[in-house]
Design a protein around this ligand. Structure first.
Ligand SMILES: C[S@@+](CC[C@H](N)C(=O)[O-])C[C@H]1O[C@@H](n2cnc3c(N)ncnc32)[C@H](O)[C@@H]1O
Length: 280
């Protein structure tokens, strides 16, 4: 398990929603504007952030399948979505929600995606979505996944894939060493082989292109300043702890960096959004 906490996901959600490239999102909206019902499968759904961010831009009737291996996060998603909705019409195994004009059915699937993309994951979907997920899986997994998309002619909208670019201000002497150690740690195997980490966005694009998909890409960096100080602090803590656990950087350097970065004035964390449409 990668162990993402609901608190961390809640902290990043408003920044994620503000960072997603609006033009690419509008392109997704335009593709499906004439649909009566749109069916989406969201991979690594966490607390349901993708649904809350995208639903206002999509047709009035939506059916979402949220897939995650973390039972606690799926349960958290149920609660968070029920609070977000104006009305919970039916809280059976599937949630039936109304938010403004949107009528949204939400199904929850607990599945370890590293073990394969079972047909049930993508069955009936018109599009597969994800946010901040592909850095966790391996290159062979990405190859098998994109092949499954090709076989079913399914579009993919992958938001906020970490691309390894970080700029912290003011600069710190240990920035480059810490980033290199953090990236090395990101390649740790999370179940499907060495994880793609900061190479994920490039690997995803190359695999989709080689399978005939048409790609649209855009940068979607976090730009964190004074308003996002809590997220900056949590990010610095997370990166420093990950590096400390590797033992690759002297303890004193990690701690100096941790203290300086917890109160960084601002930082930019690079992400990439990608929309892939199957070839005809
Ligand atoms: C960085 S979080 C992003 C969550 C959510 N998409 C968001 O943007 O808030 C990555 C998510 O992927 C899930 N995840 C990681 N590896 C997984 C796997 N092998 N199978 C299913 N879910 C996985 C985690 O439990 C977590 O919810």
């Amino acid at each position: 398990m990668t162990g993402f906490s609901a608190e961390w996901l809640a902290l990043r959600e408003p920044v994620d929603h503000a960072s997603v490239d609006a033009r690419l999102r509008e392109k997704v909206a335009g593709l499906f504007a004439s649909r009566d019902v749109l069916r989406l499968t969201d991979l690594g759904s966490g607390s349901g952030s993708s649904l809350r961010g995208l639903a206002p831009h999509l047709p009035d009737r939506q059916v979402w399948r949220l897939v995650d291996y973390d039972r606690a996060l799926l349960d958290h998603a149920r609660g968070a979505l029920s609070e977000w909705a104006d009305e919970v019409i039916d809280a059976g195994a599937e949630l039936q929600l109304r938010r403004g004009h949107k009528h949204i059915t939400v199904g929850f699937l607990q599945a370890d995606l590293s073990q394969g993309v079972a047909a049930s994951v993508t069955a009936d979907a018109d599009i597969v979505t994800s946010a901040a997920f592909f850095d966790l899986v391996s290159e062979p997994w990405i190859a098998r996944f994109t092949e499954a998309l090709r076989a079913r002619a399914l579009p993919l909208y992958a938001m906020l894939t970490y691309n390894g670019q970080e700029t912290w201000s003011p600069p710190h002497a240990a920035d480059a060493t810490m980033l290199a150690a953090f990236h090395a740690d990101q390649h740790r195997d999370k179940g499907s082989g060495p994880a793609a980490g900061p190479e994920a966005a490039g690997l995803l694009a190359a695999n989709l292109l080689s399978r005939g998909f048409e790609l649209y890409e855009a940068e979607s960096p976090w730009r964190l300043g004074a308003t996002e100080a809590r997220l900056t602090e949590a990010l610095a803590e997370g990166s420093a702890s990950a590096v400390a656990a590797t033992g690759a950087v002297p303890h004193e350097d990690v701690e100096n960096w941790r203290v300086a970065r917890r109160s960084a004035e601002n930082c930019i964390i690079g992400h990439r959004d990608l929309l892939a449409l199957p070839g005809v």
